[in-house]
Structures are given as C-alpha cells and as structure tokens.
Design a protein around this ligand. Structure first.
Ligand code: UDP
Length: 323
C-alpha cells in the first residue's frame, strides 16, 4: 500500500487508474482543475480542485498527505487543437509538469509515472514500433510529451527522481461496473464516434480510404483503458521496488483498421453503422502499432482485452446509457 497523488484523475484514463489503484489497496488523492475532467468520476473526499501550475499548494498537498509517488495524467490531449494553439500545450503540459517537478523536488517525492503517448514517434521508422524508434513528433501535443520525457531523464540524473513514461497507443473502452465512461467534449476518438453513429443514425466520417493499407483506412493499436490502468499499477510497483527509470509502449501489438472498427462495432451493436468517407486528417500516420515486448518482459504486464470486439462491447455498454 502506498500513498499516491494522481494528477488529472478526473479524466478518462486517470479516473480508470484511480479505480484500479483503490481496488489494489492504495491510498489515492486526486488533483484536477476540472477544466476537462469530470467531477463525478472522483469521490469528493479524495478530490482537490487545483491546477498543477500552482506549485505552492501542490507542494503543500504532497507534504500534508505524505505522498510516496505521483501518477501524472493532467494534460491537454487533442492533436488538432495543439496545431491551432501550441502555446496552451506547452503551458499546461510542459510548464505544468515543471511546476509538478518543482513541488516534488521540494518535498522529496521521488517517484513519477508519466502519461506519454505514441505521438512522440511521429511517423514511425518501423512498425511494430519499438521504444528505441526515433522520437520525432509531428505536432505540438506529441512534442509536449517528448519534452517532458527528456526533462525526466535529466531529473533522474541530477535529482535521482525515478520515473516511468508510458507511451499509450489508442485507449478505448470502459471498465464495466465502474460508473466511469469515455466523454470528451468535443469527442474526436474513433470508437465513441462510431458507436454514437450507431446510436443516433448520424454518419461518422472516415478520414481517408486511400492509405497504403489493406483496406485503405488507417491502422491503430487499440488498448483497453482498464489494461492501460493496470500498466500504471505495474509501473508504480516497479518504481516502489527500486526499479530504474524506463520508457514503455503500452499497446496490444495488434493493429486494426478504421474499417475493421466500423465492422466490429456493427457486430457488437447488431446494426449498421452509417458512415461516409472524408478527406485524410492532417498528420495521421497510416499505421501505428506498438511493440509491447519491452513492457511484457520487464513489468510482466499483459492486456486482459486482446479482442477488439470485447473492447468495443465495453464502450457500447457505456454508450447505451447515454441515449
Ligand atoms: N478517425 C476517423 N474518423 C473520426 C475519428 C478518427 O476516421 O471521426 C480515424 C483517425 O484518422 C485514426 C483512427 O480513426 O486513423 C483513430 O483516431 P483517434 O482520433 O481515435 O485516435 P488517434 O490515432 O488520433 O490517437
């Protein structure tokens, strides 16, 4: 049992991780400014409404709550928005993390699990992507994650702060019975949009069907949010047991095309998903699939959800409650 501070714990992945931390018997405090998070995802007794850029109150909280480790989700996470407003990404994601690191240094908190992203790879050199693929982001969102990863390398060397950066591939699904959901505003992610199309009859747009992939649509590595959550628990245990700083991909290693997502959703929902083909989305690489070999070997992490259909079913159970 450890005392964990979770920044961004009112968001989709953060709240799922809190759910699993509590189930594992950890003590959890959530810091979230609620600008994009959901108050109802967090037990009010654990929630501290605070922006991570507020270093003083953050340091006070770390000290008062005798925090052992931080899991850091708080960030903006829209690629498109990051191209339009790069400065808010550098401010919230990078300067926000600097503030958190200052608070941690001051209070002697030595362990950090960081939400990174496959976006750090940009257009990958090889697929499945190993962690030593060059870091070459193609948008400010990915850049903000890469910058933090680099800061963390130096914080380890200079300050002895141990960290694990988890490079997520495509998070999806909802933990059954958790009361949580996937609710972005606006929603930009494929699976919720496909399920919404099934529910409302409003077509979803497929961004390009002329890629050099078997069916012409983009391929991604979808990983269930509950499996992502357990990856954070494994990373935390690694650090608390004295493991060195590392970077890991978190994906299943299996790719699915946009068209496959549509067809699988049709099977799950039991009706046709209306869709239209639109132009490519700027900055979308054709194929992004993780090599999950390193996290499997090192942390002994394996996804429970390996079938796209099972992942989509959990998302549909949630989507149905929204009608
Ligand atoms: N996508 C799509 N239509 C949408 C949203 C997404 O065709 O309305 C495609 C997108 O081009 C990508 C895949 O679905 O190939 C996953 O996109 P998402 O935004 O869910 O995640 P990303 O891969 O950008 O992190």
């Amino acid at each position: 049992m450890a005392r964990i501070l979770v920044t961004g714990g009112a968001g989709y992945i953060g709240a799922h991780t809190v759910y699993f931390l509590l189930r594992a018997g950890h003590e959890v405090i959530v810091v979230d400014n609620l600008c994009r998070g959901h108050r109802r995802y967090v037990d009010p007794a654990r929630l501290r409404v605070l922006d991570i850029r507020e270093t003083r109150p953050l340091a006070k909280l770390l000290r008062q709550e005798a925090i052992d480790a931080v899991i850091h989700f708080a960030a903006y996470a829209y690629v498109g928005e990051s191209m339009e407003k790069p400065e808010i990404y550098f401010d919230n994601n990078v300067a926000g993390t600097v503030s958190l690191l200052n608070a941690m240094t001051e209070t002697g908190v030595r362990y950090l699990v960081f939400s990174s992203s496959a976006a750090v790879y940009g257009v990958p050199r090889e697929v499945p992507i190993p962690e030593d693929n060059p870091v070459a982001p193609v948008n400010p969102y990915g850049e903000s994650k890469a910058m933090v990863e680099r800061m963390l390398t130096w914080m380890d060397r200079c300050r002895g702060l141990r960290s694990i950066s988890l490079r997520y591939f495509n998070a999806c699904g909802v933990e059954p019975g958790s009361g949580l959901g996937e609710e972005h505003d606006p929603e930009t992610h494929l699976i919720p949009l496909v399920l919404r199309a099934a529910r409302t009859g409003e077509p979803v747009t497929i961004f390009g069907d002329d890629y050099a992939t078997p069916d012409g649509t983009c391929i991604r590595d979808y990983v269930h949010v509950s499996d992502l959550a357990t990856a954070h628990l494994a990373a935390l245990d690694w650090l608390l047991q004295g493991g060195p700083s590392e970077v890991f991909n978190v994906g299943t290693g299996k790719g699915h095309s946009v068209m496959e997502v549509v067809r699988t959703a049709e099977t799950v929902v039991g009706k046709q998903v209306p869709y239209q083909i639109g132009p490519r989305r700027l900055g979308d690489p054709p194929v992004l699939v993780a090599s999950p070999e390193k996290i499997q070997r090192t942390l002994n992490w394996r996804p429970v959800y390996t079938r796209l259909e099972d992942m989509i079913r959990t998302a549909w159970e949630f989507e149905k409650t929204r009608s």
